[in-house]
Design a protein around this ligand. Structure first.
Ligand SMILES: Nc1nc2c(ncn2[C@@H]2O[C@H](COP(=O)(O)OP(=O)(O)O)[C@@H](O)[C@H]2O)c(=O)[nH]1
Ligand SMILES: [Mg+2]
Length: 336
């Protein structure tokens, strides 16, 4: 194989087939070059089109990893669990990628210090790749950056990808939903949280993790959650399972991973995986279409004289915004 970069943009390349020659950037990812991988992920985060082209080239080598999402409130121990899972999985010879989405301060846009995964192992170890991503930036959206980073990690050779998000907003739920198995992490003394759970969290959890089970109240919390799980409808042959863990001793980590594997197997055997992939594809296509439309709309508006005239009319109260937006739509439609 040569490392000659492809002179053509990826969009003109054949879509599949082993004969296709990879660009130098794509080859370096496949060859396990960690620095190249890190650089391309940064480009993905910035919305650099060349990174998109690399992901597109590598697409035939993706879709292979178990993608496990860990979500839940700040401080429940998600990063500590990631660390313990890394130890368990790399001990079993697995190759694991970690994506940690940091909550950003609304004031500085910077990542909150101290919420980095504490990796006790050497992170340069071949089987582990850790990436922290800011939750802001991402011209194509955080969910899209996450999808593309997962694909790069798969092409790099990872068979498992752990994605940590703080389960606080709509975007977090979107990112969490990219995973094939979704863990929602909680702690004892859920109190009123259990009530809120009924509303939202059940739909985004395949496994509930009651972490910090070294603290009092864990049995009770696990029991409450199990009762709720029993009442919730089965999805693809699966009801949410409840596992207690502690990252201190540690305890329950193997049971947690067993639940993940059971869920992945159930998905495959029930046909749920095909449905899940179709749903994920629908979500991604819609978001790509929307992003494309948005940027074409912005271009069309920027170069339209009539648009500014419409804005002025609405601003001065001579035209209502509903009529104006319809006229604007007619103006830009041919260019969308
Ligand atoms: N008692 C106890 N503390 C834990 C456990 N797991 C994590 N912690 C502590 O909880 C705090 C938050 O942990 P972290 O993993 O950063 O939580 P995250 O915000 O959900 O990622 C840290 O001080 C951890 O040491 C556990 O199993 N038991
Ligand atoms: Mg964390």
């Amino acid at each position: 194989m040569t490392s000659r970069p492809s002179p053509r943009p990826a969009r003109d390349l054949p879509r599949t087939g082993p004969e296709r020659e990879l660009s130098a950037a794509a080859q370096s990812v496949v060859a396990g070059d960690r620095r190249a991988l890190g650089r391309i992920i940064s480009e993905v985060e910035r919305g650099d089109p060349s990174a998109r082209a690399v992901v597109q080239e590598l697409y035939p080598r993706t879709g292979t990893a178990a993608v496990v999402g860990l979500s839940g409130p700040l401080g429940v121990g998600k990063s500590s669990l990631v660390n313990r899972l890394l130890q368990l999985l790399s001990g079993r010879g697995k190759r694991v990628g970690v994506i940690a989405v940091d909550p950003s301060s609304p004031f500085s846009g910077g990542a909150v210090l101290g919420d980095r995964v504490r990796i006790e192992r050497d992170p340069s170890e071949a089987g582990v790749f850790f990436r922290s991503m800011a939750s802001r930036g991402h011209p194509g959206g955080l969910s899209q950056s996450t999808r593309e980073t997962i694909r790069l990690l798969e092409a790099f050779g990872m068979d498992t990808v752990l994605v940590e998000t703080v389960g606080s907003g709509q975007v977090d739920v979107e990112v969490h939903n990219i995973a094939s198995t979704r863990l929602v992490v909680l702690v004892p003394h859920l109190g009123d949280e259990v009530q809120t759970l009924k509303a939202g969290l059940f739909e985004i959890a395949d496994v509930f993790v009651v972490n910090k089970c070294d603290l009092p109240g864990a049995d009770r919390a696990a029991r409450d959650l199990s009762e709720l799980a029993q009442m919730s409808p089965e999805r693809d042959g699966w009801r949410p399972r409840v596992v207690q863990t502690s990252t201190l001793a540690p305890t329950g980590i193997e049971e947690l991973w067993q639940a993940v594997e059971d869920h992945e197997r159930t998905l495959r055997e029930s046909g749920g995986l095909a449905a899940l992939r179709r749903n994920r594809a629908r979500e991604e296509l819609r978001s790509l279409l929307l992003a494309g439309l948005q940027s074409r709309l912005a271009e069309a508006l920027a170069s339209s004289k009539e648009w500014e005239a419409l804005v002025e009319e609405v601003g001065e109260g001579r035209l209502d915004p509903y009529a104006a937006s319809e006229r604007a739509y007619d103006l830009v439609r041919p260019r969308l």
